[in-house]
Write a protein that binds this ligand. Sequence first.
Ligand code: PEP
Ligand code: MG
Length: 313
Amino acid sequence: AERVAAAEWNGVGATADGHQVKVVANVGSAADARAAVAAGAEGVGLFRTEFCYLGANDEPTVTTQRRAYQEVLAPFVGKSVVVRTLDAGADKPLAFLDMGVEPNPALGVRGVRVAFDRPDVLDRQLEAIAGAAADSGAEVSVMAPMVATADEAAWFAERVRAAGLPRAGVMVEVPAAALTAAEILDAVDFASIGTNDLAQYVFAADRMAGALAELNDPWQPALLRLIAEVGRAGRQLGKPVGVCGEAAADPLLAGVLVGLGVTSLSMVAAAVPAVGAALAAHPIEAFRRAAEQALAAATPAAARAAADAALNR
Ligand code: PEP
Ligand code: MG
């Protein structure tokens, strides 16, 4: 099949034969939200709420939070927005959720683990999200970062539902969560794979360390095999599985992810048109074949070459 130029994308996420894939954006502010709409994103697959508070010394009130979320949700009336609860700790410390000095912050109390210590902070955030969702008319889902087990997923889903929010999901960014994706998906409505952290944790390679960038390459077969596991679980349970890490922004890899069973791709707004066009260029079967070839590769370069050969030669 011919490659489709980004300019030719019609704005509806689907493969050439009409298999739907949501092409959505990662945002952290109202400005990002406007950029996402301008780029043609069909919604938001990851709203990083901690970005609203990187400079805050005190926990924002429910009213202040509600206003901040409302600003981000406003452009997405009738559209899907996945709001991630605070992912504090490690590379994104929040002054009002200081968990003390840890020898290994990336392996410490971060993401949803903070909420186990401070469920009151989570509940106030969920109250603000529920209020903003009602104000905005966006179709809001909520997901937790850094979930490791099905028990954690169930704990989170119960609190989300208690807040009156209709859809609860989790990020899959800890290898244990990918390996138990079926049990986790059983407890929630959807999952979204965070390839940035999933790569960091499966390779024991700090995502911020430039010297380890090769291990954090999203084409690494070990990472692709973990993603395949989650895609398989999603198909088995009939629940959506997204990718919201940087991997989703690579047009060739995006097709491979869809071939692995991923049903939505969330990325920086600038990448939306190129990824949308790449998906529209081939039928789902072609992406499944490309995924199979990439999975069988021994190196990132071989995986990329195999996918390129399957789709473009
Ligand atoms: C990820 O880990 O891939 C992700 C999307 O979350 P963040 O980059 O905010 O950690
Ligand atoms: Mg992450």
